[in-house]
Ligand binder design. Sequence first.
Ligand code: S3P
Length: 428
Amino acid sequence: MRIEPAASVQGAFAVPGVKGISQRAVLLGAVADGESEIRGFGRAEDTEAAIRVVRALGVEVEDDGGETVRVRGAGLRGLREPDGALDCGNAGTVLRLASGILAGQEGQFVLTGDESLSRRPQERIAEPLREMGARVETTNGGAPVLVEGGALTPIRYVLPVASAQVKSAVLFAGLYAAGGETTVVERLPSRDHSERLLREMDVQVVRRGVDVTVSPVERLPSFRVEIAGDFSAAAPFIVAATLLHGSELLVEGVNINPLRTGFLDVLERMGANIAVFNRRTDSGEPVADLEVRPAELVATVVRRREVPRLIDELPLFALAAGMARGESAVWGAEELRKKETDRIETVTNALKALAVRVTARDDGFGVRGVPTRPKGGGVVRAGGDHRIAMLGAIGGLVSREGVEIEDAESVGVSFPGFFDLLETVTQR
Ligand code: S3P
């Protein structure tokens, strides 16, 4: 797909519901008692993977392809051993969080995924789940992952990497660990969508300093949840409106969970012009409307402490840094190498296709920015990575010569309507 340069982006719109909350709601709804209603479901390949997996486990899901999905829960221990493997597609969140729930079920379960997911590290969930008493086997450290549920015991687990997925897997297993509380210790706070959704289900989840503690339950009540727009889906548009003169963009109903919106803080530090207003709370999550106008950006440095709060937006940060005056850098982000692609490699290659001066390091990258349109003209290879395809698209809009995106359809993993929406708001 070719993306030609644009003059500006204009418009008011909403983006699909938060991917991670959509997945969590399906997975927890599957083990609740009775029917849960998920409104604002963020439809995408990664969220449909959650539906596919719980259906294979014997859960009835009412889904007509719209924004509301109903899950008829099988009860806390009611999941059924499937005939074959559970195909998680590209969705790391589904594989890792489902493993936490399956550790508490009776039976043997095999979780698989596509080539990219199979390469990603799964010992990080296997280790704590084994410690709790489940049998978990990975394949060379990745998927397929075999989980054989058992009687679980509570643990106190210090996360070796800042990961909401690992934290959530342990907390979900903790619901099944009779006889005490399960605690996850996270030195750097990661997104807390699981904790908030569990609280909506009347489960006791307490954060004390760096400890997050869950109590075991006898049963989970069904719930109704309203999911706001995914900040990660809004972020490409925010960057386009910031970098293109004459833009004016309103993104309505965006989830602004502070553990997800580090990119807003970073952009503001760089001089961006983003108004956050109409703040409200929906289903235990903060929501707001965002208004974005163009701005001249200055360089900044993102350090380890900040990384978990904008991990999925670091590719877009690299692009914004390319047009910000001065030297920007990201440190302490080696986790980028473990995402859908090695995002230190794929981001630096994408920026090179735009003729931005970028250097990769083991744990991040450096960008020498200039406040003019990058030349462009190259090919951005998404390699199946939705975030890199979106980076390429915004890179094309702000460039002088446009870019070609290889594997552009990978946006469907998180945002199938991305290119249609982009076309609607783009002024040439
Ligand atoms: C996610 C957590 C993050 C993030 C991913 C979604 C989640 O991964 O990169 O896109 O929904 O919990 P890690 O937990 O591996 O950091």
